[in-house]
Structure formats: C-alpha cells, structure tokens
Design a protein around this ligand. Structure first.
Ligand code: HEM
Length: 228
C-alpha cells in the first residue's frame, strides 16, 4: 500500500491549460471548414481530404508515442485506445479506394505541422504531451458531435466512413478525458515547464488552424440561398 508521502501532488495544470488555450479553441472551431462540417454540409471528398491531412500528422504523432512509451512522464499518456492511425487508414480506403496512399499529399500547412511534431515530440516529454493532448482530446471531445453532423451530409451505409471518429474501446469519453486531466495534474511539471507546455499547445492550435484554413480555402464557394 502506498503511503500518503508517495502520492503524486495534484496541481491545477489541466484547468490552467484549458483556460489558457480556450481562445485558441474557439478560434479554430469558428473556421469556415469546421463550421461547414458542423452544419452537416461537408461533401465526402472534402472530408476525405481532411482525413488525408490528419493521416500525415498522426503518422508522426504515433511514431512519437512509440518512442515515448517508456518515458516516465510522457509514457502514461500513451494509450492504445486513443490511436487513430489504423482508423484513418480504414476511412481513407473507404472514401478514396485501395490506392488512397497515392492520392493523398500533405499541404504546406500540414508539412509545417509535421515538422514541428518531429522537432519537439521525440525528445521533449512535455512537447509530446502538448501535441498529443491537442489532437487526441480534440478527436475524442468533438468526435461525437462531428460524427452526427457528418451523418446528415453523408449518410454512409452500415456506419462506414466514421472509423476515425469512433472510439470503440472508450466506454465513456468523459472518463478518458478525466483520466487524462489527472495525468496532466500529477505529471510533476514545475511552473516554468507548465508555461512552456501551454505555449506549445497554443502553437499546436495555430498549426492546426493553418491546416483547417487551407482546407477551407479548397471548399467550393457557397451559393446563397434565395430569400423568401
Ligand atoms: C467542429 C469543431 C470542434 C468542436 C465542435 C469541438 C468541440 C469540443 C468539445 C464539446 C469539447 C469538450 C469541452 C468540455 O469538456 O467541456 C472540446 C474539447 C477540446 N477540443 Fe474541441 N472541438 C472542435 C475542434 C477542435 C479542434 C480543431 C481542436 C484542436 C486542433 C480541438 C481541441 C480540443 C481540445 C484539446 C479539447 C480538450 C480541452 C480540455 O478539456 O482541456 N477542438 N472540443
């Protein structure tokens, strides 16, 4: 049995991180591409292009997860349940066919995002957690909402096309998010490191914003609905 002295001290880092990045979240969420998606008005090909961009980022992030698995600080954040790469592959095959690897290409914004992931996620545990938090909690938290919006526009047969947004091994996304927040609170980062991680999460939001802005610029122009 562990004595009270062995219990990790719980900080309020998760709450600080959330409030310190709320404006960045609100901003990315308001971009035309995500608004179109949430309105249930995104076409399948635009959704597939988004999945393709996520595929490149997750390839680097999940390689970093493998590298960080045995790290004493970052290792506990790595979870099979949050892995998205095999699910992205399933969906890309569904939308683009068996040659999907030849069809997708990273945008310049995705290249910049991947370069930053390579720079900080392999030898800085806090940097890995910053990027892992931003993408994994995004997909886990917004996934259900986005899935039901996408169902309205795509209505695919037999529930196909949503493997990326479906977390079969997660009985309660709130439970996983709370467990994630507990890890953030007990990681033992000092004030300076906490500030450094918050800055990295803000950069992660910025890099994601550029990816979604580029995706938005490829959307067909909206045709105004006639009044009355
Ligand atoms: C359609 C767009 C989006 C919707 C509807 C959405 C919605 C949500 C919701 C409902 C939550 C849970 C808030 C709560 O726990 O009370 C959340 C959390 C979160 N979202 Fe999003 N989101 C979107 C886009 C994004 C994007 C693009 C990113 C990152 C690039 C992102 C990153 C996050 C993160 C990191 C959290 C966890 C915050 C925390 O609890 O610390 N979201 N989102």
């Amino acid at each position: 049995m562990s004595s009270p002295a062995q219990q990790p001290v719980r900080s309020d880092f998760a709450a600080r991180l959330r409030s310190g990045t709320r404006a960045d979240h609100d901003h990315v969420q308001s971009l035309p591409f995500l608004r179109t998606l949430l309105a249930g008005e995104l076409e399948a090909d635009a959704y597939a292009v988004m999945l393709g961009q996520h595929y490149f980022a997750y390839s680097v992030l999940e390689q970093a997860a493998d590298a960080m698995r045995s790290d004493v600080v970052a290792g506990p954040f790595v979870s099979e349940r949050l892995r998205r790469l095999p699910h992205l592959e399933t969906d890309l095959h569904y939308y683009l066919g068996p040659d999907w690897r030849e069809v997708i290409a990273p945008s310049a914004a995705t290249e910049r995002y991947c370069a930053r992931l390579r720079e900080v996620c392999f030898d800085w545990p806090g940097g890995f957690v910053a990027h892992h938090y931003t993408r994994c909690l995004a997909d886990l938290s917004g996934g259900k909402l986005i899935r039901s919006a996408m169902r309205r526009s795509l209505d695919p047969p037999d529930g196909k096309g949503f493997a990326f947004l479906t977390f079969d091994d997660v009985p309660s996304s709130a439970g996983v998010r709370n467990a994630y927040r507990l890890l953030l609170d007990t990681a033992g980062w000092d004030e300076r490191e906490q500030r450094r991680i918050i800055a990295e999460v803000r950069l992660a939001y910025h890099l994601n914003t550029e990816v979604f802005a580029d995706l938005g610029s490829r959307l067909p122009p909206r045709i105004p609905r006639p009044r009355g």
